[in-house]
Ligand binder design. Structure first.
Ligand SMILES: NC(=O)c1ccc[n+]([C@@H]2O[C@H](COP(=O)([O-])OP(=O)(O)OC[C@H]3O[C@@H](n4cnc5c(N)ncnc54)[C@H](O)[C@@H]3O)[C@@H](O)[C@H]2O)c1
Length: 320
């Protein structure tokens, strides 16, 4: 297949690009190298993929409607995997307008571009566990109400799900939305907890632990998420929505201990108040993804962290 991956230089996107190339597809990577974290890290993410003659990079801003439409009508992809977004819950509280613009307007640009070609490409897009809001009852199912997000980022992801359904309904676009639950692994985004905690523990610096350490996240290894994305692309028709999680949430204090064990170092913990916008729990019910996609996450946290730490030691992303 010919596949466009937006955000393909990012953490999840670059792993997906590697997998699609390994599976024999032709891949166009679209990325604007936004300033959220250093360009050098994203270039390193893509370095091996760009050696492959079946991969090409188009650098553009996903909101540039004229260039996006020209690219889609020229490339005529079989599928578009739309991952580019301004990610991160806490920074979205500082700049909600930017998040709405990149995430919501940017997604509409791609939905419109996808609907100008026949046959319609499959459209698979990244949503997030954050749409479930701050809940204590779990696990989270796709049929649950997601009307109470608690961060601008979460609200933009819910808005994208709604808009994707509109384009499916009005224009027959085959659409699958995927709610990722805290991805981690090599090339981890540097703002995410696992990357930050690894850097701090490795340097012998205090690790900020927000709240009492009992908040829980459904950490999901990036290779398992990528496997779920590939399965969703293969089966994308009509309109579907899936949780892609690990269905095994881990407490923050347990995560810190597991990273310390993977590094072979003792953590110094600094207790801080809970952060606004952070939810207490994420926990995916993956029954629908398992039965309809054959999705089956298989990487235990200790194994995934060991792979992350091995990559961290080899790549030294903290020097970028
Ligand atoms: N990492 C997670 O745990 C997680 C969880 C839930 C959802 N998601 C979603 O998955 C997707 C990928 O996340 P990630 O963690 O790989 O993030 P990332 O920041 O590593 O990747 C996003 C990529 O999009 C690009 N981008 C951002 N704004 C752009 C713009 N205006 N034009 C062109 N490119 C732009 C960035 O340069 C980056 O390479 C995002 O949609 C994110 O919201 C991620």
């Amino acid at each position: 297949m010919d596949i466009i991956v937006t955000g393909g230089a990012g953490f999840i996107g670059s792993h997906l690009v590697d997998r699609l190339l390994a599976d024999g597809h032709e891949v166009v990577v679209v990325d604007g190298f936004d300033s959220f974290y250093p360009r050098a890290l994203k270039e390193a993410n893509l370095a091996s993929a760009l050696q492959n003659p079946r991969c090409r990079l188009v650098e553009l801003d996903i909101r540039d409607a004229a260039r996006v439409k020209a690219l889609v009508s020229q490339a005529r992809p079989d599928a578009i995997v739309h991952l580019a977004a301004r990610a991160g819950v806490r920074p979205s509280i500082e700049d909600p307008g930017l998040y709405a613009d990149v995430n919501v307007r940017g997604t509409v640009v791609w939905l419109e571009a996808a609907c100008q070609i026949e046959p319609r490409p499959r459209f698979v897009h990244a949503s997030s566990s954050s749409v479930y809001g701050d809940r204590r009852d779990a696990p989270f199912r796709e049929t649950d109400s997601v009307d109470l997000p608690i961060s601008p980022y979460a609200a933009t992801k819910k808005a994208c799900e709604l808009l994707a359904h509109v384009f499916h309904h009005l224009h027959g676009l085959p659409v699958t939305g995927l709610r990722f639950f805290t991805a981690y692994g090599p090339r981890n985004r540097p703002d995410l907890a696992i990357a930050k905690f690894t850097r701090l523990i490795d340097r012998g610096e205090p690790v900020p632990m927000f709240g009492d350490g009992s908040s829980r996240r459904d950490y999901t290894y990036v290779g398992d998420i990528v496997d779920g994305i590939v399965r969703a692309v293969d089966r994308c028709r009509d309109h579907h929505l899936y949780n892609l999680g690990n269905s095994n949430p881990v407490e923050l204090s347990g995560l810190i201990a597991a990273i310390a064990a993977a590094l072979g170092k003792e953590p110094i913990i600094e207790r801080l108040p809970e952060q606004p916008g952070d939810v207490h729990l994420t926990y995916a019910d993956i029954g629908r993804a398992t039965s309809e996609l054959g999705y089956a996450p298989r990487t235990p946290l200790a194994e995934g962290l060991a792979r992350y730490v091995a990559w961290y030691r080899a790549a030294r992303p903290d020097r970028a």
